[in-house]
Design a binder for this molecule. Structure first.
Ligand SMILES: NC(=O)c1ccc[n+]([C@@H]2O[C@H](COP(=O)([O-])OP(=O)(O)OC[C@H]3O[C@@H](n4cnc5c(N)ncnc54)[C@H](O)[C@@H]3O)[C@@H](O)[C@H]2O)c1
Length: 356
């Protein structure tokens, strides 16, 4: 009989698990919150009382040894993503790993080889792909737009973001005993913002525009603000402009415009914690009409998990960010760094460095 529900173990009971992953496991149509693992026992017990998983444990290896566990969501600090994903893959478990995948090409390759050998699915948590407005735009681009001329995409985090998110998210439960990665990721803000937000921007750009062949980046830093303007050329010939700006004064500002042979896409994306789908308009020249989806269900974190489970249970093609795409994002971030250091255009298949 076909298995209909995937048993999920969430590794890490920190803020992102509390805000998104536990609820996604609880509400998802084809998943079950089977286990929670965190080294902080006090936090684990509180999560057990709220979310009622079948099992809890402080030892990740023990969770992975459970034959009833099908897949793991890795919701830990960035530096642990690949090492902990590798352990899961080697134990034969499917993996949904939080973004950013990695800062290192070697790490990405090692994980890709191990996942291929184990025959398991690995999906990276770029949940914006499961915003139904963005899904609608992607479908329109692939089926109706013809060749792409140009793509502009922007991701501007704003100075009032925590006022907003503190209002809509529950108060996170914290523990003194939570495991911290040895590195303080916020020590180098240029690197941190690129990993945290630039990875989302590159994922959106490449998901909609295809692989980036080369890019040239500029960075201006002023007060507490950072602004990267990136000129890109996609392998399909389209020209691109990517804008990553942090702490703009005002509201969250994210979206894209895409110009194609047969149509145009205009999109405005909201702060993800509003669970509101992007406003998307796709103009089709043939009909001289705009198409605009309602997209009522904007719970992107639950939707990415349901898709991940569908890929495993029903063998449908993977729409979420896969490991090869994760590697391209890492390459993109490396290329931006090399471009800034050398003040030059960088080709993604001719990078000098392999990690940053
Ligand atoms: N997709 C998104 O929109 C989004 C939003 C926010 C954060 N994130 C990502 O989520 C990740 C986690 O963020 P966070 O703020 O919840 O992290 P956090 O570091 O605050 O919490 C992680 C938890 O994992 C536990 N942990 C770490 N290693 C462990 C191990 N080996 N075994 C058992 N438990 C372990 C820690 O004790 C801690 O409680 C980050 O990589 C971040 O980039 C994604």
């Amino acid at each position: 009989m076909k298995k209909e529900t995937l048993n999920i173990g969430v590794l890490g009971a920190g803020p992102i698990a509390q805000f998104a992953h536990f609820e996604s496991c609880q509400k998802g149509r084809n998943v079950r919150l089977y286990a929670i693992c965190d080294t902080a026992e006090d936090l684990l017990n509180r999560m057990k009382a709220i979310w009622q998983p079948e099992k809890i444990c402080t030892d990740y290896a023990q969770m992975l040894a459970d034959p009833n566990l099908d897949a793991v969501i890795i919701a830990t600090a960035d530096a642990y993503h690949v090492p902990l994903a590798l352990m899961a893959v080697r134990a034969g478990k499917h993996v949904l790993v939080e973004k950013p995948l990695s800062h290192s090409m070697e790490e990405c390759k090692e994980l890709d080889e191990a996942a291929t050998k184990a025959g398991v699915v690995v999906q990276i948590g770029h949940m914006k792909r499961f915003d139904p407005g963005i899904e609608f735009a992607k479908e329109f681009i692939d089926s109706q737009m013809g060749n792409l001329l140009a793509l502009k995409t922007w991701y501007a985090d704003n100075n009032h973001r925590y006022t907003t998110t503190d209002n809509v998210q529950p108060m996170p439960i914290k523990s003194e005993n939570s495991r911290k990665s040895g590195t303080n990721e916020k020590e180098n803000l240029e690197r941190y913002y690129m990993m945290a937000h630039g990875s989302h921007l590159l994922d959106t750009a490449m998901h909609l525009g295809g692989k980036i062949g080369s890019l040239r980046a500029r960075l201006r830093q002023m007060a507490d603000m950072y602004c990267w303007f990136i000129d890109a050329e996609f392998e399909n010939g389209a020209v691109g402009h990517l804008d990553l700006t942090v702490k703009i004064r005002g509201d969250w500002h994210e979206g894209f415009h895409i110009y194609g042979e047969k149509g145009t896409v205009f999109a405005k994306t909201y702060n993800p914690w509003f669970y509101k789908s992007s406003d998307v308009e796709c103009y089709l020249e043939e009909k001289q009409q705009y198409l605009r989806p309602l997209s009522a269900d904007g719970f992107t974190y639950r939707r990415q998990l349901e898709h991940f489970a569908d890929v495993i249970l029903s063998h449908i093609p993977q729409k979420g960010t896969n490991l090869l795409e994760g590697m391209e994002i890492t390459k993109g971030m490396l290329a931006i760094k090399e471009s800034l250091e050398g003040n030059k255009t960088v080709y993604l298949d001719q990078l000098n460095g392999t990690s940053f």
